[in-house]
Write a protein that binds this ligand. Structure first.
Ligand code: CUA
Length: 336
């Protein structure tokens, strides 16, 4: 772990880190400029307008609209450049790319558990290829943690009961510190790890040398059978008494309430733990909750399985699938 070229600034190793640095230097520059300006004017005035005789009475000053307008408008404009620039960098940093390599992350007191979509599991260490967008889908088994990689200038809270996402694209091979940046109990300061950024070929070697326990999607498929999901949603998620699961991920689905919702990791998760929260139109509240019966790891496996289901079922194209085989009034694309 090297230092950057400026003291106290960590090395910069992701596609967004230089943008964060540029903004940071701008903020520091503006701060420094005004600190120097105000201090020197202050010192100058203290000397220039000091009281020279004990009976000296200054000329009264009633104020100046021109001056007050000026020192309101100029700082406002400067502050807006910070806001605009900051918002741009922030949105770029939080909006996960769609074609990223997905990694599942579960935090717990006090370690990071990570799993690649290809099945490899890691603890407190993550191997990734250089120059590829990596998307982390994260949650925690206990309290709030925070996934922080200073060299990538990115961090994101890991919150109980929901998924948060974060992405980065490492630009230089090497090993980088991973920290937990949210106080999470006694060994918070020890909840560290490393991100190992590798050349693509090296990474492929690493992947094949660490063939794991099967992919999360495959594990999810087994759970799908053993938990009995298949009895309502069909063995391959084709639907039945419960909504179709195949091919709905990433799309919008119509709810009982008339609203529609995008089927993402968070919605699938909620529908497993609290099935009644957002019922798909045309389906009754018959699904039992799985709250407390499955672990975060298993939830992620189920999500990965549902994600992996091919678009539409095999008996008929998704676009023309009729509700005939399902309870009356059910739309073609459902999930619950
Ligand atoms: Cu986990 Cu601090």
């Amino acid at each position: 772990m090297q230092q950057g070229w400026i003291p106290l600034v960590p090395e910069s190793a992701s596609s967004v880190s230089w943008k964060v640095d540029a903004l940071y230097f701008y903020l520091s520059g503006v701060t420094l400029f005004f600190t120097l300006l105000i201090s020197s004017v202050l010192i100058f005035f203290v000397i220039r307008y000091r009281r020279r005789t004990p009976y000296e009475i200054p000329r009264p000053i009633a104020g100046s609209h021109k001056l007050e307008t000026l020192w309101t408008v100029i700082p406002f404009l400067i502050a807006m450049t910070m806001f605009g620039w900051g918002a741009r960098v922030y949105f770029e940093q939080v909006k996960a790319p769609e074609n990223g390599i997905e990694i599942y992350v579960v935090g717990k007191q006090w370690m990071w558990k990570l799993q690649h979509a290809t099945g490899q599991r890691e603890i407190n260490e993550l191997h990734v290829p250089v120059n590829r967008k990596i998307k982390l889908i994260m949650t925690t088994e206990d309290v709030i943690h925070d996934f922080f990689v200073p060299a990538f200038r990115t961090k994101m809270d890991v919150v109980p009961g929901k998924y948060t996402t974060m992405w980065f694209e490492a630009t230089t091979p090497g090993t980088y510190h991973l920290f937990c940046a949210e106080y999470c109990g006694m060994n918070h300061s020890g909840m560290t790890g490393s991100i190992v950024v590798m050349e693509p070929r090296e990474f492929d070697n690493w992947l094949s040398g660490n063939a794991g326990s099967g992919t999360p999607a495959a594990a999810g498929q087994q759970l799908f059978q053993s938990l009995g999901c298949a009895s309502c949603h069909g063995t391959n998620g084709e639907g039945g008494r419960g909504p179709t699961l195949a091919g709905v991920f990433g799309k919008k689905t119509q709810l009982q309430t008339g609203e529609s919702v995008t089927v993402d990791e968070g919605y699938v998760r909620e529908s497993i733990l609290n099935p009644q929260a957002k019922l798909v139109a045309g389906f009754g509240a018959i699904m039992p909750t799985f709250q407390g019966q499955i672990t975060e790891d298993q939830l992620m496996q189920l999500v990965a399985f549902i994600k992996s289901l091919p678009t539409g079922d095999h008996t008929q194209p998704a676009s023309t699938a009729t509700p005939a085989a399902r309870p009356a009034g059910s739309p073609t694309q459902n999930l619950k």
